[in-house]
Design a protein around this ligand. Structure first.
Ligand code: UTP
Length: 234
């Protein structure tokens, strides 16, 4: 029996991922199994393609990153609704509403074993929301399910020789993702630097993994060894 919060990258729900229906079914089935083992799970869904598209459409007209962030937040809540409805239809006891604040999410997780949410306020991404939710709910860890296999020392798209990391301290991860700032709405680092700084402060364990493989998400929830990057105290 564990409490685990996971940030589910929005790109995982989109056509960028092959066989996305099978992926969604797989995720629902992992969550259903874990709930039957009495785990409590918070899922914070990212914005993916609709966030990117919406922000890109409005950017030439809107000269304010917070206002663009609000478009991204709307996309995260739409994606959260897809996952919430899929879980609910599969008979999973998931909270009926998509909370807009972390304190609200913590209360809902006391009532139901599963809570699904998206973003909250401008100035960060859903990674930071998941990290705050994990800290506030006393979770064992926060899983960051993204679409890369591990955290690399540099962006592997610009440096094919970049080194993948199995283990990092929070300080090392902060060094890689940069200072705790949210300078621009839309796609950012492998993990939100604002969230990394809060995880460091709280000593929260992070499991960063490739969420395209739901088996990895399951392994991380269960506490088994997983392929990805384990981030823990300095
Ligand atoms: P995402 O969490 O999807 O972030 O939020 P991302 O880094 O762009 O995308 P992934 O994680 O790689 O899929 C999308 C956008 O919504 C706004 C930000 O502009 C973010 O870039 N947002 C999201 C907020 O302002 N606050 C939130 O709490 C969540």
């Amino acid at each position: 029996m564990a409490t685990v919060i996971a940030a589910v990258g929005g790109s995982l729900l989109r056509p960028e991922i092959d066989e996305r229906h099978a992926w969604l079914e797989g995720l629902v089935s992992v969550i259903r199994d874990r709930v039957s083992m009495n785990d409590r799970i918070g899922l914070v869904v990212g914005g993916g393609a609709p966030a990117r598209e919406g922000i890109e459409l409005a950017r030439p007209l809107i000269d304010n990153e917070s206002h663009l962030d609000k478009i991204g937040i709307a996309a995260t809540r739409m994606n959260a609704t897809i996952l919430r409805e899929a879980l609910s239809d599969a008979g999973v006891s998931v909270s009926g509403t998509i909370p807009t604040r972390v304190d609200e999410a913590v209360l809902l997780l006391e009532e139901r074993p599963v809570v699904v949410m998206g973003g909250t306020t401008p100035g960060h991404t859903t990674d930071a929301v998941a990290i705050r939710f994990a800290i506030a709910s006393g979770a064992e860890k926060c899983i960051i399910a993204t679409n890369v296999s591990k955290v690399f020392g540099e962006d592997p798209r610009s440096n094919p020789d970049a080194e993948p990391h199995d283990n990092l301290t929070h300080a090392q991860l902060q060094e890689i993702v940069g200072p705790a700032e949210h300078s621009r709405a839309g796609p950012s680092q492998v993990v939100d630097p604002v969230g990394v700084s809060e995880a460091k402060e709280a000593g929260l364990v992070l499991n960063i993994l490739d969420g395209r493989d739901v088996g990895l998400i399951r392994a991380a929830i269960v506490g088994e060894e997983f392929e990805g990057t384990l981030v823990k105290g300095d």
